[in-house]
Design a protein around this ligand. Structure first.
Ligand code: AMP
Length: 576
């Protein structure tokens, strides 16, 4: 736990960083260039000079595919100091749904730890009276390392943090999950054991969390299916036989003992008719839920709020495998109001102005020159570029952000969506944030059916002409639903509401029959879990997993299509 002076120095550090953003960014750029100007990549553009103006003039803006050949060379055994960056080795990232190799440095995991400490200072400032002896029940899943062709081991950024010595030192005192359960390669065994340990220490838990909100909801669903067995294990002090992982079994053996009082108590809570506020009942000292609830995670907040019984949902940070970027200075604000204040000391940021309303979220032709961190304008949207010592130079992360204000001299951003995620069946393009907005409008209609939308994704079906948008929905009955069924009229109205909420070009194309009627396909419960299993089996990190808003791989589509239980179409063209 952080001492008071440590917590204050965290807050002071934040003030210092945000006040001196420009100087810190300039200094950082100087350091990156002087260390790496001799690499093959930068030599091509800077001819050995560590000059910021030349950097801006000559170094191209790139996407992952552009630098992949360089990353592959390092993965194949070439020294990174010759190719991309002085200190780089290889790690993995998953943004965009596809696993990929990315450069990392030993420093990047340490920076993440520093970042976490700053977040923690803010939580202490805002949440206040946290029990000194309390624990965090964070659901964490390490991902097995990937071996590159030359035998280098690459792991996800979350896994590198879990492995780090500073994290391991604080784990037993501050977290309910033992190390072995986080590193258990079987995610079901891992989740079962992490829930079990969390229940056994329920009186100490002051925070429940995961990186992304979807992981907490998955764990609640898993708990719904397994609470009887968990209680029986607590009653007998014995772990179920199907938990075969030796690490989990050893961890359990060291602390499990029969506890029928606790088992009775949990059983009573779970047998309640309503699971409204169940998290608060099971872990009564919990002060907040810590998980990213913004962007694509926003869809999970309604359901999470139901289980949390009024606990604040704290979206603490905005980051990615390529760098930790922003921190939420107002952790108690509503997910829809969250802005992230960028920290200028780890990554050099640039921002490409874009038109938010532009159909394709394309860069605005008139004004595409990237601007520096301190020069962004409130109310405008930008695509994020990062340059850092890991060997990424003017690299598009793929996220679109909107400036909401400044803290001292540092801008604050709301997450808008992923840039390269788009749905399209003709020449029109619909961005992630467009889909998100339209589905948010339509799902309000489900209230009258006593249903909640728990997960969704989309797909551009071009198997017939004209093509049409397909939105897959997984639904759940609200408490007190009393068996109300899917009413075709309401479902058709949902399809129309989505169409009405989409952008002008979509509506126009639809009216002119260049795009056919939008379809909602209802899938069985558990479908999105199967989808996640598929992506995890292909290398995605469970801790960092986010359901793709737009589905591309054929196999993923098969998983969804094989579980469809109803289909509905819009019956009228949208209004223009
Ligand atoms: P990964 O590199 O796999 O960990 O994924 C990083 C991506 O997750 C980012 O580029 C964003 O698209 C998304 N992400 C991370 N943090 C947030 C956040 N606070 N709000 C919304 N999306 C986020």
């Amino acid at each position: 736990m952080m001492e008071t002076n440590e917590y204050e120095s965290g807050l002071n550090m934040l003030e210092e960083l945000t006040t001196n953003a420009q100087q810190i960014q300039d200094q950082l750029m100087g350091e990156i260039l002087s260390r790496n100007a001799g690499t093959e990549y930068l030599r091509r553009f800077l001819h050995g000079q560590a000059d910021k103006q030349l950097f801006k003039k000559n170094v191209p803006i790139v996407s992952y595919e552009d630098i992949k050949p360089y990353i592959d060379r390092i993965a194949n055994g070439e020294a990174s100091s010759d190719v991309l960056s002085a200190e780089t080795f290889i790690g993995t990232g998953t943004s965009g749904g596809q696993p990929k190799l990315i450069p990392v440095t030993a420093e990047s995991a340490n920076r993440m730890t520093m970042f976490n400490a700053l977040r923690w200072s803010l939580v202490l400032k805002h949440v206040g009276d946290i029990d000194e002896a309390g624990k965090r029940m964070e659901l964490m899943f390490a991902k097995p390392e990937v071996e590159t062709p030359c035998g280098l081991k690459a792991s996800a950024v979350s896994t590198r943090v879990f492995k780090g010595s500073s994290f391991r030192a604080i784990l037993p005192k501050l977290y309910t999950s033992p190390f072995e359960t986080i590193f258990c390669p079987d995610t079901k065994q891992s989740m079962y054991c992490q829930l079990l340990f969390g229940l056994m220490q329920r009186d100490e838990v002051f925070m429940i969390g995961s990186i992304f909100a979807s992981t907490i909801l998955r764990s609640i669903k898993f708990f719904e299916n397994n609470w009887q067995e968990l209680c029986s294990n607590i009653r007998t002090g014995q772990l179920s036989d199907w938990i075969t992982d030796s690490g989990c079994r050893n961890a359990a053996a060291s602390i499990m003992k029969p506890n029928s009082d606790l088992a009775d108590l949990i059983e009573n809570i779970c047998q309640c008719k309503s699971w409204d506020g169940i998290i608060r009942k099971l872990w009564p000292k919990t002060k907040y839920i810590g998980a990213i609830c913004t962007g694509a995670m926003m869809q999970y907040t309604a359901e999470l709020e139901f289980y949390c019984g009024g606990l604040p949902l704290v979206s603490g940070f905005y980051g990615c495998s390529e760098g930790a970027n922003g921190i939420n200075l107002e952790p108690l604000c509503k997910p829809s109001d969250v802005s992230y204040t960028f920290l200028p000391n780890a990554v050099y940021y640039e921002f490409i102005p874009i038109e938010e309303e532009s159909v394709e979220m394309k860069s605005n032709d008139k004004d595409t020159e990237p601007v520096d961190l301190v020069n962004v304008k409130p109310g405008r949207c930008y695509e994020l570029l990062v340059t850092s010592s890991i060997g990424l130079y003017r690299y598009k992360v793929g996220d679109v952000l909107m400036v909401t204000g400044f803290h001292n001299n540092t801008p604050q951003f709301q997450f808008v969506g992923r840039q390269n995620v788009s749905l399209g069946v003709d020449v029109e393009r619909t961005s992630e944030s467009d889909i998100l907005k339209a589905v948010t409008e339509a799902k309000i209609l489900l209230d009258q059916l006593g249903l909640i939308l728990t997960e969704y994704t989309s797909y551009g079906d071009t198997s017939s002409t004209p093509g049409h948008y397909v939105i897959f929905w997984e639904l759940k009955a609200k408490e007190g639903n009393n068996g109300k069924e899917l009413d075709p009229k309401v479902m058709e109205a949902c399809c129309s509401r989505i169409e009405d909420s989409l952008h002008f070009t979509y509506r126009m194309y639809r009216k002119e029959n260049i795009i056919a009627a939008l379809e909602i396909r209802i899938v069985k419960q558990g479908t999105f879990e199967a989808l996640m299993d598929y992506f995890v089996s292909r290398g995605a990190s469970l801790s960092q997993y986010k359901t793709p808003i737009c589905i591309k791989p054929k196999e993923a589509l098969k998983i969804l299509d094989s579980r469809v239980i109803a289909k509905f179409f819009s019956h009228k063209a949208p209004t223009i």
